[in-house]
Design a protein around this ligand. Structure first.
Ligand code: ZN
Length: 67
């Protein structure tokens, strides 16, 4: 069952929606109710792909500066 991730263009709130039909209308933002939402890639793929990059980018460099 496909789960689509949407991001609201009005308030930038991101939310996931389970889609039963093959081509449904974009849902309203669950936070502000705006219909201006954009569909993103499925959540499972984006989480798996981006987390490694984020970890590498967020890893601090502990060696320089203090000794
Ligand atoms: Zn919104």
């Amino acid at each position: 069952m496909p789960i689509y991730e949407y991001q609201c263009e009005n308030c930038s709130h991101m939310f996931e929606t389970l889609v039963l039909g093959k081509d449904t209308e974009a849902p309203a933002c669950e936070k502000c109710g705006s219909r201006r939402v954009v569909r993103r890639i499925s959540a499972a793929n984006t989480i798996g792909g981006s987390s490694r990059g984020m970890n590498a980018a967020c890893t601090p460099n502990p060696s320089s500066g203090f000794s």
